[in-house]
Ligand binder design. Structure first.
Ligand SMILES: [Zn+2]
Ligand SMILES: [Zn+2]
Length: 456
């Protein structure tokens, strides 16, 4: 749903008609002789400037340019330079090379006194290491094996569009921080920026906000929910060492294959019986490797899998269970086992207040009826590193046009729906104007009346 503000040609009273003779009323002129009529044009100095507007065409052009030149994790130099140049061109203070290629824009509003507030908004710079298959685009990826198939090109364009508009209008009090981070898809660019001192100079006392395009929601809808909304995505490996030997004499060996299948069964049983279904946790065994010949019992077998959780306590419980079950089963066989549990991105947590703020801003853009629940997703998101430190809210921007087949994020033919670009940018603008409202300063004290001595 496009909600671009239309150009407002106001107050341009280009022509007026008046009597040729100064001081003579038109009626008197008509009664005597027809006065010549001249057309005058208001002096340019009196013409009000057009109201600032959200420039949708610019945003689409920036997106298409970024889309054609995708860059992956921590290599987003061209993209970062473009973001920096645009922010600077609007007089926005910029900080670069944070956590690698990260860029931060700092925009101060009309009052930045000690009691003013600040808000943070984030977009991602990176593309995916995959080949785009969308056809018929004149801005298709020009880089083999890299593509903006998660919509981060649009995330940047929308945040830039909002930054430009806000820099022109400054219809807010306090400070806005625009965070453009590297490596969301892989590498944890959010954490890299934090580790590089992001929050030493960026202050988010009103919260940090993120947005993702969402093909599961209709264009014109915005999905928002409180609580844990993305899964923590971890992986694990279990390396078993038994005793290999001739398959004809199993009693002389330690059967690592059998041991591995016991571990797999017990892990599934644990996840199904000890983790409440309402936790929404997933444990999946995805690889099982062992053996090279039909008549040889292998010495080593490896199990690999993934664990997805929303609740940090469940995450800890599952990690511990994988360790305990593996050790116990291996001990019962007299085998050795080595378990490695790798924590990926944590779960994004939407705080109560920031979720309500996001809903209020979204309702101003798409109407309250189009602000819908954001069903939590098993996908991972490194925005979670921010929400571990700062209250925040991460929302979903509807993409589906209601007709075409839905194309999921990370599909080789995913492409952002440009009809929704203004909706996303307007959400950012309304969020700033709502959370950092202009405060009219109190009138100055009345001057003392002339002739009277000033009050003591
Ligand atoms: Zn992605
Ligand atoms: Zn993404």
């Amino acid at each position: 749903m496009a909600k671009a503000k239309h150009r407002f040609l106001s107050g341009f009273l280009a022509a007026s008609f008046m009597a040729a003779t100064p001081g003579m009323a038109p009626a008197q002129s008509a009664a005597t002789a027809p006065a010549p009529i001249v057309q005058t044009v208001a002096p340019a100095a009196q013409t009000p400037a057009p109201a600032p507007q959200l420039d949708v065409a610019d945003m689409i052009a920036w997106r298409h340019d970024i889309h054609a030149h995708p860059e992956t994790a921590f290599e987003e130099t061209r993209t970062a330079a473009k973001v920096e140049a645009l922010l600077k061109s609007w007089g926005i203070e910029t900080h670069t090379n944070i956590g690698g290629t990260g860029v931060v824009g700092v925009l101060r509003g009309q009052n930045t006194g000690p009691n003013s507030h600040s808000i943070c908004m984030r977009a991602e710079l990176d593309a995916l290491p995959m080949t785009e298959t969308t056809t018929g685009l004149d801005y298709v990826s020009t880089v083999p094996g890299k593509a903006h198939t998660c919509g981060h090109d649009a995330h940047m364009a929308m945040l830039l569009g909002a930054a430009k508009y806000l820099s022109e209008t400054k219809n807010f009090t306090g400070t806005v921080y625009f965070i453009f981070q590297p490596a969301e898809e892989k590498g944890g660019g959010a954490k890299a920026m934090i580790d590089d001192g992001l929050f030493n100079f960026v202050h988010c006392d009103m919260g940090i906000y993120g947005m993702h395009d969402w093909p599961g929601l209709k264009a014109g809808q915005i999905g928002i929910s409180e609580g844990n909304i993305t899964a923590a995505s971890d992986d694990f490996s279990i390396k078993i060492t038994g005793k290999g030997g001739h398959a004809a004499y199993p009693a002389d060996n330690i059967d690592a294959i059998s041991l591995a299948s016991d571990i797999v069964k017990q892990l599934h049983q644990y996840a199904n019986t000890q983790i409440p279904a309402s936790d929404g946790a997933v444990l999946a065994i995805t690889m099982l490797h062992g053996g090279e010949a039909v008549n040889v019992m292998p010495e080593k077998v490896e199990i690999d899998g993934t664990a997805r959780t929303f609740n940090p306590a469940t995450q800890d419980k599952l990690a511990q269970a994988i360790q305990d079950i593996s050790q116990r089963v291996a001990a019962s066989y007299g085998a050795k086992v080595e378990v490695q549990y790798n924590r990926g991105y944590p779960s994004v947590f939407n705080s109560h207040d920031q979720t309500e703020n996001a809903k209020a801003a979204a309702a101003k853009v798409v109407g309250a009826d189009n602000v819908v629940p954001f069903a939590r997703t098993m996908g991972g998101e490194d925005f979670s590193y921010y929400t571990q430190l700062v209250p925040g809210a991460y929302i979903a921007l509807g993409q589906w046009d209601g007709k075409s087949p839905k194309v999921q994020l990370h599909s080789p033919n995913f492409n952002f729906n440009d009809a929704t670009i203004a909706t996303g940018a307007n959400y950012w603008i309304k969020l700033v104007e709502t959370e950092l409202p202009l405060v009219t300063p109190p009138p100055p004290p009345a001057a003392p009346a002339p002739g009277k001595p000033p009050a003591p």
